[in-house]
Design a protein around this ligand. Sequence first.
Ligand code: GLU
Length: 511
Amino acid sequence: MSKQVRVRFAPSPTGPLHMGGVRTALYNFLFARRHGGKMILRIEDTDSQRFVPGAEEYILESLKWCGIEIDEGVGVGGPHAPYRQSERREIYLKYAKQLVDADWAYYAFDTAAELDTLRKEAEAKGETFAYNYAVREKLPTSLSLSKEEVEERIARGDQWVIRFKMPENEVVEMDDLIRGHVKVNTSTLDDKVLYKSADALPTYHLANIVDDHLMEISHVIRGEEWLPSLPLHYLLYKAFGWEDTKPQFAHLPLLLKPTGGGKLSKRDGDKMGFPVFPLFWKSPATGETAHGYREDGYFPEAFVNMLALLGWNPGTEQEIFSMQELIDSFSLDRVSKAGARFQPDKAKWFNAQYMHHKSDEELAALFQPILKANGVETSDELAGKAAGIMKERASFITDLWDLTSYFFVAPTQYDEKQTKKYWKGENPARLAELREVLASIDDFSLENTEKVVGEWIAQKEYGMGQIMNTLRLALVGAGKGPGMYDVTAFLGKEECLTRIDYVLANLKPVE
Ligand code: GLU
């Protein structure tokens, strides 16, 4: 790669960042890191009507949560600051005018009402209205008006826009790193607005090209929805005379619904109970809320790992990747053209894998707040130990309370089914005998307790299943939990005896 790799993630703060947007940011980041380049965060907030308060903060927090680091940009600064387009507004008009002077663009003074009339006329003829070579000279534009009229209208404060003068019937040939060579005839395209006097702001197309150029972006990696804009962007580079330094482009495949067809939407998530956003979001305008992976208990590493494989594959069977491994193996060649179907079960599976690989110390830190919320004060050691014993059965940290609560809270209620099955016949009396055996053990380690109790059962010729299930009822209160000796070792001798005494004194045997 000849020039220095400089990529940018350029979201618009129009709401919470969709997981597809996070994936775009992630691929940019991986590409930058892989090639020793820079990752830039530019906020594209020139559409003042769609601006949503809090969205920029949400974007920054989401990237941080995912471990996607920004080298230059909003929140970090850098040599091309400012990186928020609304703070760069003085820059763009000059460029828009440059295009008008070079006859690549023109002023248009038409009103919404005039356009509406033309639109209706076209519809009446069964056509779709396009603002292009066929109409631009029939409307009040700098192409149809005299120079003096144009100047007069501007001077008296008429509202105007600058539109790109899309050539008629030319073929634009483009190269995309994922899609290959693409050709488009310009007659299928319209004259996009580049700049609006009403708010003295450029539109996305102009600001995006000007900034990518000024910020020396080498690769534009973005969602497939921008592919239709690529011919215009190519022509803008040509019009500005920047063709030689224009970036390379890569358009990423869509994230598809779990059922296949169509783009993954918030509605799919709501219907099927999975988040489509990285973090919880509450709309400041409507109060509407949306689930987030973070609040739903996903680990950022699992979320990132899952996202990385939605549209990219390493060419091997490997599925679990740390961020560093992703950096080491990522390449745009292995990004697919086809949309990537999102599978909520797979997201859970990834989380479970990360859960199973967490150390007791890591689990303790994550589990302690849940224990506290349930009124349990315990050491990190015990919190981690309980979590460690049960982690294989959990997909989320939040699963741990149900799986381990009996380690911390002695049962006073007993599962009905288990009680009916085991709290009868000789079992209560044998539990009383077992109590004495346990009371006599000094080394209460898992191995020793198992050995002593095992020998006692064998010597007495008792049924192992009956004894163990009765003990489980006493210590756990239900038919769940890990191996019985994991429980005895965790609880320790005193607590085991207390729980056995409690059940013997309080639970009436079944007739
Ligand atoms: N602001 C655009 C967006 O929100 C950026 C598209 C691009 O990367 O060029 O998706």
